[in-house]
Design a protein around this ligand. Structure first.
Ligand SMILES: [Zn+2]
Length: 348
């Protein structure tokens, strides 16, 4: 659901740091990129200079390659100073995949919201050889195309533990409304929902920096998805609430350091875009649901482009998030089709 690409946003750096290098985006704040083996092929990580040590924010997907890159960063631009604290903005593996490595191998303390940490530890234990029955039921309810469902039913699912370094016990909780000192600044901690529960963001009191993780991204809209763990969830409600809250805090001069893409200014307009993108999608979806459709039959009005097989999974969880939101709001009703799919239809 990309939209309004770059209309009034400004990107102070038009190219990201090359592999193994870092860019100082402000005094004491370094930006690096780590590769991801997917369509979205990178994640941004940051190191904040605490004088005698570093605070690292987000760590990349857990792999030998990303840990080798971290070793290069630590020895090079980070000048061999120890990493005393590692922060995970949210529980997704591209952000916290090496957090346990920093704890175990580098002696760092892990800081996280409680929900993000619990989710990560819970998912570490969920080691599956085949999709469980609940996942198959969820896919059927969403109306997943039969040929894709049959294929996926026979495949070993993605396991979180495969791409996340083992997490030792213990962390320090960070909370909404607290402050944290790092990189020579005091930061307000605000948490958001929708992309990941209790996602942490950091807003500098001393200058214009906002470290946003995936809660606020330029040029791509963070994925809002529903999963088999909570099939009736309405993450879009949490997303829109968070966006409205951050919109009220947004300043023109804020420099937003996100989890993907480039640092940018123009946060007030970006918050408006992020909200309007979903309202626009919900309006198109409601018109589409004049006739009954499953979530999987809602890609065209939601995404306005063809969805390939590589994107199908992400598109499906996002489509379920949108129909669930309309259903929770009482704007659509639903009935079961013979094959188990929920069909949603606009209430008159
Ligand atoms: Zn991400």
């Amino acid at each position: 659901m990309d939209g309004n690409r770059g209309a009034v946003l400004r990107y102070p750096w038009d190219t990201p740091p090359p592999r193994g290098e870092m860019i100082a985006v402000a005094e004491g704040v370094l930006w690096a990129r780590l590769p991801l083996p997917m369509k979205l092929d990178h994640v941004n990580v940051y190191a904040l200079d605490d004088g005698d040590s570093w605070t690292v924010i987000d760590t990349g997907m857990g792999s030998g390659l990303t840990r080798d890159l971290w070793e290069r960063l630590l020895a090079g631009p980070m000048a061999g100073k120890p990493v005393r604290r590692v922060i995970m903005t949210h529980h997704h593996p591209d952000h916290m995949g090496n957090a346990g490595w920093f704890q175990r191998e580098k002696g760092a303390e892990l800081l996280s919201t409680r929900t993000a940490w619990l989710f990560a530890r819970m998912l570490m234990l969920d080691d599956q050889d085949a999709p469980p029955e609940e996942t198959l039921a969820f896919w059927r309810s969403a109306g997943m195309a039969p040929e894709i469902l049959n294929k996926r039913a026979g495949e070993k699912p993605f396991n979180y533990a495969d791409i996340v370094y083992p997490m030792p016990l213990g962390f320090r909780r960070i909370c909404e409304g607290e402050t944290l000192t790092m990189g020579g600044r005091t930061w307000d901690i605000f948490t958001g929902n929708g992309h990941a529960p209790e996602h942490a963001t950091f807003w500098s009191r001393d200058d214009n920096l906002v470290i946003a993780g995936d809660q606020i991204l330029p040029s791509i809209s963070p994925n809002i998805g529903v999963y088999a763990t909570e099939p009736e969830a309405d993450p879009l409600q949490g997303w829109l609430e968070s966006c409205e809250r951050f919109r009220a805090m947004a300043r023109e001069d804020h420099l937003v350091l996100g989890g993907h893409k480039l640092p940018f200014t123009g946060l007030p307009i970006r918050m408006r875009q992020l909200i309007e993108n979903h309202h626009g999608a919900l309006d198109r979806l409601l018109r589409h649901l004049a006739a009954p459709h499953s979530a999987a039959e809602c890609f065209a009005p939601l995404f306005k482009r063809t969805i390939g097989e590589a994107e199908y999974g992400l598109a499906l969880v996002e489509a379920v998030a949108h129909v669930n939101h309309l259903y929770a709001k009482g704007l659509v009703s639903r009935t079961r089709r013979k094959d188990g799919a929920w069909l949603y239809q606009r209430r008159e």
